[in-house]
Design a protein around this ligand. Structure first.
Ligand SMILES: NC(=O)c1ccc[n+]([C@@H]2O[C@H](COP(=O)([O-])OP(=O)(O)OC[C@H]3O[C@@H](n4cnc5c(N)ncnc54)[C@H](O)[C@@H]3O)[C@@H](O)[C@H]2O)c1
Length: 258
């Protein structure tokens, strides 16, 4: 069933990371023109090469930007419309992590998390809104986290931003329904990316330790592959989800029934 995004143009932020790159490849396989945005130029270059290798007909534009700068949003929209003349899909996915208990949380960290993980979603949505409305079938997919609704100790700043994303998504869905624009959030659970492997190794933990953590962490008993998060993003972005808006979909291997 290839071609589910044929004729559409999509922006994906954090496109060089685990979930962003998997989403980019899947969107390219399904016929979308894609703009991958990331601040990590080397990683972005490698991802674009990999996508072009896997999908020779891929229409991919890469853009090195820090989405935590408000002015970047206008440049991203400009680059997308220059390349494809339209914007139908916006996947806000870029994110950073911080590990400070609230009792020790620094202003600098709060600022970084809120700027990158929350405000970048708002800025890019605002700058793209005219094109998303003009699409007539626009779709915004905001990547949140299961921890938006199930906070834990030690990552309060991140979890607050992720909760804010769900609230922002629902308000956007409310405000833009009259323009045929849908807005939904995807909340990934444990998703194994190079970041997690590097972090575990730096702490002297093995892949076996990571697998053991996931085994008791959800019904699936394992980590998700990034592509398993990309599929729900694809579905929400596509016209197949035409009756789905203002939703926050848990993609967590059944984490909360445990
Ligand atoms: N992996 C998981 O287990 C998991 C679980 C829940 C939610 N998420 C969310 O999914 C999204 C993607 O996560 P991932 O696991 O693929 O992470 P990742 O670290 O592999 O990718 C994130 C990407 O965002 C980019 N980025 C960070 N700050 C940026 C900025 N200011 N400007 C531009 N690019 C920036 C990074 O360079 C990186 O390529 C994030 O929002 C994350 O919070 C991930």
């Amino acid at each position: 069933m290839a071609g589910r995004l044929q004729g559409k143009a999509a922006i994906i932020t954090g496109g060089a990371g685990g979930i962003g790159s998997a989403t980019g490849q899947l969107f390219a396989e399904e016929g979308a023109g894609i703009v991958l945005v990331d601040r990590d130029a080397a990683a972005l270059e490698a991802v674009v090469a990999a996508i072009k290798g896997a999908v020779p007909a891929a229409r991919v534009v890469s853009l090195v930007e820090d989405v935590g700068e408000e002015a970047a949003a206008g440049r991203i929209v400009e680059a997308t419309t220059s390349a494809f003349g339209r914007i139908d899909i916006l996947v806000n996915n870029a994110g950073i992590r911080a590990y400070e208990p609230l009792g020790e949380a620094r202003s600098e960290t709060w600022n970084d998390i809120l700027r990158i993980n929350l405000l970048s979603y708002a800025w890019l949505t605002r700058e793209a809104i005219g094109y998303l409305r003009a699409s007539g079938r626009g779709s915004v997919v905001n990547v949140s986290s299961t921890h938006a609704v199930n906070p834990r100790a030690g990552m309060g700043q991140y979890d607050v931003a992720k909760a804010g994303i769900i609230s922002m998504t629902k308000t956007l869905a409310f405000e833009e329904a009259k323009h045929g624009l849908r807005a939904n959030a995807v909340c990934p659970g444990l998703t194994l990316t190079p970041f997690h492997i590097r972090r575990a190794e730096a702490a002297g933990r093995t892949r076996g330790d990571l697998d053991a953590e996931a085994k008791g962490g959800c019904l699936a008993g394992r980590w998700a592959e990034p592509r398993e998060i990309a599929y729900p993003i694809l579905w929400l972005a596509s016209d197949e989800a035409s009756y789905v808006t203002a939703s926050a979909i848990m993609v967590d291997g059944g984490r909360f029934v445990l």
